[in-house]
Design a protein around this ligand. Sequence first.
Ligand code: SOE
Length: 389
Amino acid sequence: MKTVNIGLVGAGFMGKAHSNAYRAVSFFFPDVKAKPVMKTICDVDVGLAKQRMQDWGWESYERSYKKLCARDDIDVIDICTPNVNHLPVVLEAARAGKPMLCEKPLGKDASEARQMLRAVEKAGVVHMVSHNYRRCPAVSLARKMIDGGAVGDIYHFRGTYLQDWIVDPQFPLVWRLQKRLAGSGALGDLVAHSVDLALYLVGEVSSVAATVETFIKQRPLPEQVTGGLRARGAGRGKRKGKVTVDDAAIVLARFKDAPAIATFEATRFALGRRNQNRFEINGSKGSLAWDLERMNELEYYDGAAPEGRQGFKTILATDATHPYMQAYWPPAHNLGYEHSTINTVYDFLNAVAAKKIPKPNFEDGLIVNAVMDAVLAAAKSKRWERVRA
Ligand code: SOE
């Protein structure tokens, strides 16, 4: 069995999700063509890197991503940092000739994504973007059903991604709320997922109209305290900073090679919707709908069902015949959020072993970034804008 030494950069939430995936992938997929060795976790907060080495089962820790990329005992780089650091780490990994998996969104904008695509193509390395929701079994099943003609010609794609974690005005000004660190707000964090699902299930977006909004424009500056963040000087004349990204975005879209039309909506202010990533596809022969909060289920309306028997039915995508499920449990022993990343890492490692570029790769990441650039341009111009990848 070929083994690959993994170097992971970024010890936050995505670092945890990817670390779990490297720990679990060989257990669930013993046929994985490149077995990962959890060699080194890297973070600029070296104390955090050391702690997460112990917590998550890495062999060593490192502060410098440049040193990590240069090491001969590191075969693959996984980028789980805040968006601002995707570009420098990708460029360093490409210079070192390392295959890589990068979290979404690829860049803060299309210009960064273009630089990263050029770098990996020049280096001739495997590259993939971790749009994990494609690999929820129910979503992969939707793709198979669409390919099999279950919905016929597609008229609508409707994507919504609703969260509510920053409704409290006292929530501090974290990196996701700062354009120089994130590139955009709900747009790049959440609409990016919906646009990638549309890319996977329908096709490439060609033009958009949009509006964005920042509901709370100033927030307390954060300070790093054990176990998380709280407003610096809480209760003592808190200093505030400007929110420089969108809190919510609503988008109209058209597709390049399909007559379908789409809407994308994302917000961090849908009080009560903790993490509702949802899509619905309506076609000439049927409809499909999926909701991350019920991630094992795919809703299917069969337009050909006999009169009097028509209605949405729920397919529980947990049989061994459903995508990825042969690796897990008997039917109806449901999967969770973390399995979408385990499935992503499984396909990434197989691509590394085969030296084949998987999907979604940096070309797809650039397309998603270009859509988001067009959304921001459309929100400003109040006109339809073309997507320029
Ligand atoms: C925060 O909005 C976040 O962690 C996103 O960054 C992830 O991509 C999404 O899957 C869950 O929410």
